[in-house]
Design a protein around this ligand. Structure first.
Ligand SMILES: C[S@@+](CC[C@H](N)C(=O)[O-])C[C@H]1O[C@@H](n2cnc3c(N)ncnc32)[C@H](O)[C@@H]1O
Length: 256
């Protein structure tokens, strides 16, 4: 029987938990450094990381916050994060298995929130963002980082297609405009948005989530047959490596 969306996502990631703990793309980046600096400035009592994956945001927040709560759909991912936090000597990290859309916390529980490279996997991103706002104290900082769609229809279609072929649980890479609207509707005021590009090494990108070989070949065929504008935008290389657009939204919990 087919799994529902949350179970499919949890299974996809759970099977590759260690790959995400070890992933160089996730463990580094100027965005993670900026997030760490913001957390250090805010010095929150309770910070929340939504869609914690290999836990790189949690490890960064643990030095700045009184306590950090890591939320993820995947129990395997959370077990890997708990083990890594212990290995690093971080004693203020708790893990909670939940979906972003149904957070098991009271209102205004947290005074800092981060979510990095996760919301494009959520079955209902607007609902997850409303939950994020609900559990955050008014005026608290929230940092959302994700892969974004370039917006233009043909580029968007190509991006969602290769993402879905790579990971059958892919939901949607939203454009910056879509992100801004979702954040506003959820009760966040965006103070700053920064964008950059991330090079995906094709072999590493597909191995990390275990893309079956025929689907990886289908991505290569799509790339090969793509229009010049698409090849140019994503800077597709001979081995299939390419550039993704990413964005960081620095927001404040405003309404409510
Ligand atoms: C790419 S990983 C996150 C990377 C991590 N935040 C980092 O910075 O290294 C995506 C994670 O989001 C989780 N996820 C996907 N959908 C979710 C949802 N609806 N609620 C909570 N977690 C979710 C997946 O299980 C996966 O572990």
């Amino acid at each position: 029987m087919a799994k529902d969306q949350d179970a499919l996502t949890a299974a996809q990631f759970g099977a590759h938990a260690q790959a995400y703990v070890q992933s160089a793309v996730h463990a580094g980046g100027a965005d993670l450094a900026a997030l760490t600096a913001l957390a250090a400035k805010a010095a929150p009592a309770r910070a929340l990381d939504l869609g914690t994956g290999g836990g790189h945001v949690v490890y960064a927040l643990a030095g700045a916050a009184g306590a950090v709560t890591a939320v993820d759909l995947s129990a395997d991912m959370l077990a890997a994060v708990a083990a890594e936090a212990e290995r690093r000597g971080l004693s203020n990290v708790e893990t909670v298995q939940a979906s972003a859309e149904t957070l098991p916390f009271p209102e205004a529980r947290f005074d800092f929130l981060a979510s990095r490279f996760s919301a494009h996997h959520w079955r209902d991103a607007p609902a997850g963002l409303r939950q994020a706002r609900r559990v955050l104290r008014k005026g608290a900082p929230a940092v959302f980082i994700d892969i974004v769609s370039p917006g233009a229809a043909a580029l968007d279609t190509h991006l969602q297609a290769v993402e879905l072929l790579r990971d059958v649980s892919h939901v949607r890479d939203y454009s910056v405009a879509e992100w801004r609207a979702m954040l506003r509707d959820a009760g966040f005021a965006v103070e700053r948005c920064e964008t950059w590009r991330l090079r995906m090494d094709f072999a590493v990108w597909t191995a990390r989530i275990g893309t079956p070989a025929p689907l990886a070949e289908a991505i290569r065929l799509l790339q090969h047959k793509a229009a010049a504008e698409i090849r140019d935008h994503f800077e597709i290389e001979d081995d299939g490596s390419f550039q993704l657009d990413a964005a960081m939204f620095l927001a404040v919990a405003s309404e409510g």
